[in-house]
Design a protein around this ligand. Structure first.
Ligand code: CMC
Length: 392
């Protein structure tokens, strides 16, 4: 083991070369394929950004139109997939449903599982992008006992998702353009973040030549954890708890500093960003804009701002360079749109999907691709004498 270097949590280990996303944690820079995320968030539609991440270039008008057309062909789920939803308990977490149903896509599309067949991979990429919002919205409808609402191909990606989530057959449903704008922005800022936990998972699973559906299903499971994508749900739960507790933010900041407790400020800190998280800056501005425009007075937003203020002036957080991350304000926007807390991480998954797809493809296109197989430093017993069962 002399040659093996230990790097717990891969803090300093580059697992791959990549040309998808550039991130500078000291300067707070995030670029997809060279384009600053701020610029993309203010100018693009999520599908345009998905195209950029997956294929490497911004699409021309014609390319984008063809891409949208292809996606539209795949928005519905196979009718037999509806039966899956009958088997889940009503209170199933939608992330569990998402990973299961995405994994199950590999049973419905058995003729497109070869990771080395370009045409098959292209088809699977389209299927995943087009179907994930449908799978997610069905999970929500199941949880509230309403009938599933089918996708509508005359709508944009975000419009369609909102109508599948919120429309009911008995009432006319009007899509709110402010909500569409906010959702589009949120999906864009979540779209990629280089070798984070879920993306590394997608690459690792894919490195064994597992099919794309299986790899993405694994990525969804990794994203679910509260230290990763699940932090948005945990953050709103925390803000809600502080509100119920009389809004005493200082108490929670002190608790987060206390090493004898496992409590952490959710939505704070990042492995790579050490000055600010550019995504949090974009989301906070969008949050302010949406709440103001719609005259929404959300006490959770006030608490978030107070918490940020106290934490950012506290020695503990300053020393450790802990700043609000992408998950700190996203939940406030989701609430304003009417998205229930359990669906927050699902929204993160829909946003992150193009990044996962881009990385999976990049890995398979690399001439130096190898199966991921880290080593270890063994710290267990040396050889021991075996003791038969009756003598133990
Ligand atoms: N509250 C209190 N203390 C913290 C926090 C926090 N949110 N985050 C880090 N610390 C402390 C930590 O206890 C440690 O202190 P010490 O040096 O005294 O032992 C120090 O800061 C460094 O933390 P770490 O856990 O070694 O850092 P990491 O790079 O391994 O973890 C993190 C990064 C994001 C998992 C962590 O900051 C965290 O748990 N944050 C809360 C959960 C969260 O918001 N996650 C979302 C991340 S962004 C979106 C995404 O990736 O999905």
């Amino acid at each position: 083991t002399g040659l093996i270097t230990l790097d717990d949590g891969y803090v300093n280990t580059g697992s791959t070369k990549s040309s998808v996303t550039f991130l500078d944690g000291e300067k707070g820079i995030l670029r997809y394929r060279g384009y600053p995320v701020e610029k993309l968030a203010e100018s693009c539609d999520f599908i345009e950004v998905a195209y950029l991440l997956i294929y490497g270039e911004l699409p021309s008008e014609d390319q984008l139109a063809r891409f949208r057309l292809k996606l539209r062909r795949h928005t519905m789920l196979h009718e037999d997939m509806r039966l899956f939803y009958d088997g889940f308990p009503r209170d199933a977490h939608p992330m569990a449903i998402l990973s299961s149903v995405v994994g199950a896509l590999s049973t419905f599309y058995q003729d497109s599982l070869d990771p080395h067949d370009k045409a098959q991979v292209d088809e699977s990429v389209l299927r995943l992008l087009a179907k994930l919002p449908t799978i997610a919205a069905f999970a929500y409808k199941k949880s509230i006992g309403q009938p599933f609402v089918y996708p509508r191909n005359d709508l944009t990606y975000c419009e369609n998702f909102l109508q599948m989530m919120f429309s009911v057959p008995t009432e006319p449903y009007e899509i709110d353009p402010d909500f569409v704008e906010a959702l589009n922005l949120l999906l864009i800022v979540h779209a990629d973040h280089e070798q984070n936990c879920s993306t590394s998972t997608v690459r690792m699973v894919g490195s064994s030549n597992a099919n794309l559906f299986a790899s993405i299903s694994a990525g969804i499971s990794a994203l679910w954890g509260p230290l990763h994508g699940g932090a948005n749900e945990a953050c709103v739960a925390m803000l809600e708890q502080i509100r119920k507790d009389g809004g005493n933010v200082k108490k929670y900041v002190d608790m987060a500093k206390d090493k004898s407790s496992s409590f952490r400020l959710m939505g704070f800190g990042h492995r790579v960003y050490k000055n600010f998280d550019p995504r949090a800056t974009i989301i906070r501005a969008s949050c302010e804009k949406l709440l103001k425009k719609r005259s929404i007075d959300d006490p959770i937003f006030d608490i978030a701002q107070q918490l940020q203020e106290v934490a950012l002036n506290d020695e503990y957080f300053i020393e450790r360079k802990l700043y609000p991350n992408v998950d700190f304000y996203s939940g406030v926007i989701y609430r304003a749109i009417g998205i229930p807390v359990q669906m927050f991480t699902v929204l993160f998954a829909i946003g992150r999907l193009p990044g996962w797809l881009a990385h999976w493809r990049e890995m398979h296109e690399s001439p130096t691709k190898k199966i991921c197989r880290p080593r270890q430093i063994y710290v267990g017993s040396t050889e021991r004498e075996f003791v038969p069962l009756e003598k133990r």
